[in-house]
Design a protein around this ligand. Sequence first.
Ligand SMILES: Cc1cc2nc3c(=O)[nH]c(=O)nc-3n(C[C@H](O)[C@H](O)[C@H](O)COP(=O)(O)OP(=O)(O)OC[C@H]3O[C@@H](n4cnc5c(N)ncnc54)[C@H](O)[C@@H]3O)c2cc1C
Ligand code: HEM
Length: 405
Amino acid sequence: MLNINTRNLVKATVPVLKEHGVALTRHFYARMFLHNPELKPVFNQGNQQSGSQQQALAMAVLAYAEHIDDPSVLMPVLTLVANKHVSVGIRAEHYPVVGMHLLASIKEVLGDAASDELLAAWAAAYGQLADILIAQESAIYAKAAMTSGGWTGWRGFIVSKKVVESEEITSFYLQPADGGSVPDYKPGQYISVKVFVPELGMMQPRQYSLSCAPGQAYLRISVKREAAMATKPAGLVSNVLHRDCHEGALIDVAPPMGDYVLHEDRDTPVVLISAGVGVTPKLAMLEHLLKQNTRRKIRFVHACRHGGVHAFKQQVRELSEQYGQIKSLTYYEVPRAEDLQSIDYDQQGRLDLQTVASDFILPEADYYICGPRPFMQAQIASLQSLGITSARIHKEAFGSGGFAH
Ligand SMILES: Cc1cc2nc3c(=O)[nH]c(=O)nc-3n(C[C@H](O)[C@H](O)[C@H](O)COP(=O)(O)OP(=O)(O)OC[C@H]3O[C@@H](n4cnc5c(N)ncnc54)[C@H](O)[C@@H]3O)c2cc1C
Ligand code: HEM
């Protein structure tokens, strides 16, 4: 535990962090990449360019300063960060480098306001946070190594099959290049993959949820190609995967990670809610529940733009017809002319959980939500207004910023 003087000094920086936190973290990343360019490929350069990683780190530093008297309240979000760190291979020896650039950045950005006393307080505070993360990460590494078929770091996988699932989502079936076993994992977990991005001239990691139940001879991910839009460039890794990563290609894979997982120890109904490519972890959960011959009620609620981008519709429809315990509900925001007679969707417009039939909002259920951040925020607000407690709501954001919500 830090002494009271140190904690007060750290707390006193909260107003400055609120105002200048993003400027500080932007300076920090620029400084670190200038002096330690070998770290660039470790970081998601898409998140750097969109600013979301600077934002995520600024939120983390602020939240830590605010809760310096009792950092244990940050544990759920630190678990998310630790899983993300392990998924890209962060090790204890990286912490001193990051700490050195963070402290130097505080000094350079705050100028005269950064007294030696304040810098010493932040050094101690950083050390405490680093110790918490290093301990969590070492436990996660140990677990990954002990898991059946498991490993740590990067392992070569061959793309054994590529299947187009919609106009923008393609599945990649991955098998260990060393001929060894496929790792066990929990439905809802993700892997990181690392590929060479010619536009950047470097390797880049990205996370992808496993989109099928564990226990197969392969891992499967399903990737949305992020096309260029008027206001933003094309996604780097998703385009490399779609464009250059053919059957037979070799890619680096980190072991399954993440704490957004199906609670298998419960017998509560399961309500799976997704938008767009957020459907992927739900498929692993759905398939796994059925493989386990579950008696739990399952609700599969999905929203997407139209039939052209509606992935896995046939599989979900067939499973819903086959298993009486599944009920599915699909929203198309803007159905195309050819969708109008389609049996693949039920409602037009945006999903509004406040108006869905009561059979889809089961008070005693566990709710698993995945999709774009505004979608998730809207669904969580609806569930809470319907009286669902936070402990029953489980969420995964396909980006950085666990501290943001
Ligand atoms: C736990 C987890 C699970 C995930 N699971 C899946 C999954 O199952 N399937 C899936 O498809 N994805 C998944 N993702 C998302 C995935 O990791 C990638 O983020 C996604 O594929 C985009 O990566 P990219 O390299 O193509 O885009 P990036 O190059 O990283 O860009 C990301 C976004 O930022 C925008 N951007 C880039 N530069 C700028 C700029 N200068 N200004 C404004 N915007 C900019 C891009 O246009 C793009 O929309 C998951 C993410 C996480 C964290
Ligand atoms: C106390 C120290 C640290 C804190 C508080 C911290 C905080 C964070 C946070 C909040 C995220 C975003 C998580 C998410 O929402 O997805 C993140 C991701 C990440 N961190 Fe750290 N981190 C620390 C140390 C480190 C170190 C030592 C490294 C090693 C170089 C590192 C590398 C990364 C990488 C590569 C990501 C993935 C995100 C991306 O690439 O965009 N972090 N960290």
